[in-house]
Each structure stands twice: as C-alpha cells, then as structure tokens.
Design a protein around this ligand. Structure first.
Ligand SMILES: [Zn+2]
Length: 113
C-alpha cells in the first residue's frame, strides 16, 4: 500500500508548513488527487489517521478533492475528458498522448492555529 508512504510525505509537508507559520495544531488538510494518479482516496483516508497519530495533525480532518482526467487532442486543438482508460478524442477518435490534468497529488490547503 504505497498510500501510506505518500501520506507520510504529505503530512510531513503539512507539518513543516504549519511549523513555519508558527502554528501548534493542524485542524484540516485538503488534498487534490487526480483520477489518473493511481492513488486511492479511501486508502489515503485510512493512511491519514495512521500517519498523523502523535503529530500536530492528529485528529485533523482530511478533505480530498478529486481532479478529473483531461487530455489534449492536437488534431482538434482542444482538451477533452476521456471516458475510458483509452484516451480517444470524442471528436476525431484519435488517441491522445498528452495528459493535461489528472495525475495530481497536491497539498491544496492546511488549516492551522
Ligand atoms: Zn480530436
């Protein structure tokens, strides 16, 4: 379960960010997870409670915003949302090799006091 190590890195980052602001407690963390990132939000939720135990983020809430996949079709020169694991353009059916969005794993917000 690589979510635990991902969550460890994320919480480390959030804690470092909170300490840099002179905060003593993290109340909420918001993450953005792309649909194509391969990260399972439910596993992240579980990892969160494990990883935050004993840190200033213990008891904090975790909000996960999922980011839909978006590809770019060079033929039509526009972005589209793939409907399947095959990223075919809905206009011309050409396969897209350019993924513009959906692989994110970002710390979007940290609420501290
Ligand atoms: Zn196209």
């Amino acid at each position: 379960m690589h979510e635990v190590s991902l969550m460890e890195q994320t919480v480390d980052m959030a804690v470092a960010c909170a300490i840099a602001q002179g905060a003593e407690k993290i109340h909420a963390i918001k993450l953005r997870i792309g649909d194509l990132s391969g990260v399972i939000p439910e596993a992240m939720q579980f990892a969160f409670s494990v990883v935050t135990a004993g840190t200033i983020a213990e008891g904090a809430t975790l909000a996960i915003e999922s980011v839909p996949a978006r590809c770019y079709c060079p033929t039509c020169q526009q972005e589209f949302e793939p409907q399947d694991v095959i990223y075919a353009c809905p206009h011309c059916n050409q396969l897209s090799t350019e993924i513009r969005q959906g692989k994110e794993l970002e710390l979007a917000a940290v609420e501290v006091s």
